[in-house]
Design a protein around this ligand. Structure first.
Ligand SMILES: [Zn+2]
Length: 248
C-alpha cells in the first residue's frame, strides 16, 4: 500500500458513520509531540492503492496546541492537509449551507504568533518565510472540479471563545473578510512553515451578528452530506497530483 500523504482535518459535525465512505479504519494513532498530544488520527483505506488520514478537529479553546496537530501530521508523512470547517457568513451574499473555498485569510487568533521557527529541533530554514499563496491552488482546483461554481472567500481566523459582536462583524467586513472561521488559523501558516500544502473549505453554518438570524431549515445538513460524497474523489485526484505550484 502507498504511503498516505493527505490528512483531512474535519471540523464539521457529521453523523458518526459518514466518514465510512472513505473506507475502513486500518490504523489509529494518538501522537505525542513537543506541543502536547495530537489525535486520534484514523488511517482509512480507500482502495488497495490509497489510504488517507482523517482527524476530527475542533476550535474549542481547550483544543490541542495547533502546533501539535501540524507537527504530528509531518511526523506521519503527511504532505497535504485539507481542512473542512464550518464558518459564519460576514459577506451578506453568502447563505447558510453554502460551501466556500478559502483563498486567503486574516489571522486574528491568540495562537497567531505560534511558530515552529523559534524551536531549533524542527530544523526549519528561517528564510523559508517568503510570500506565496497560503492555500494550494491544485487542491482548490480539485474541489472546484467536484463542486463546480464554489465561490472563493477570504476568512478571518478567530478563537471560539465567544461569538463576534455586531461591531466586530462590521469591522471584519470592512477588512474584506467573507467568513469567520475557527479552525483554519494558525494551522495554515504552521503547515506552510512545515512545507505542507493546505486547502480550506468552509461550510456556512450561520450569519454574522450584524445580520438577521433566520431559523435553520436543514440546509447545513444537506450541504455537509453533498460535500462528504465528494471526499473519496477528492482524495483520488489529490493523490494523482505530484507537483504543486504552491511550492510545498
Ligand atoms: Zn499545493
Amino acid at each position: 500500500m502507498k504511503n498516505a500523504n493527505l490528512l483531512l482535518l474535519i471540523a464539521v459535525l457529521l453523523p458518526p458513520s459518514a466518514l465510512d465512505i472513505l473506507g475502513e479504519v486500518i490504523d489509529e494513532r494518538t501522537y505525542l509531540t513537543p506541543y502536547g498530544e495530537a489525535g486520534p488520527l484514523a488511517l482509512r483505506q480507500l482502495s488497495s492503492e490509497l489510504a488517507v488520514w482523517v482527524q476530527p478537529y475542533t476550535g474549542l479553546p481547550t483544543r490541542t496546541d495547533p502546533r501539535a496537530t501540524i507537527f504530528a501530521a509531518r511526523q506521519l508523512g503527511v504532505e497535504r492537509i485539507f481542512n473542512w470547517d464550518m464558518g459564519i457568513a460576514i459577506n451578506p451574499v453568502l447563505q447558510r449551507g453554502q460551501p466556500v473555498i478559502i483563498d486567503d485569510y486574516i489571522g486574528w487568533t491568540h495562537h497567531q504568533s505560534d511558530t515552529f521557527f523559534s524551536d531549533a529541533h524542527t530544523g526549519l530554514d528561517i528564510n523559508y518565510g517568503s510570500v506565496r499563496s497560503p492555500f494550494c491552488p491544485e487542491m482548490g482546483a480539485a474541489i472546484q472540479q467536484l463542486l463546480p461554481g464554489l465561490p472563493e472567500a477570504i476568512a478571518v481566523g478567530v478563537d471560539f471563545l465567544r461569538r463576534e459582536t455586531r461591531a466586530e462583524a462590521r469591522m471584519f467586513r470592512s477588512w474584506g473578510a467573507d467568513v469567520l472561521s475557527y479552525n483554519l488559523a494558525p494551522e495554515v501558516s504552521l503547515a506552510q512553515e512545515m512545507k505542507m500544502c493546505y486547502a480550506g473549505l468552509v461550510t456556512i453554518s450561520g450569519y454574522a451578528a450584524d445580520r438577521a438570524q433566520p431559523a435553520p431549515m436543514g440546509e447545513v445538513r444537506a450541504s455537509l452530506s453533498t460535500t462528504v460524497q465528494m471526499l473519496p474523489a477528492f482524495v483520488e485526484i489529490v493523490s494523482q497530483t505530484h507537483h504543486c505550484s504552491c511550492g510545498a
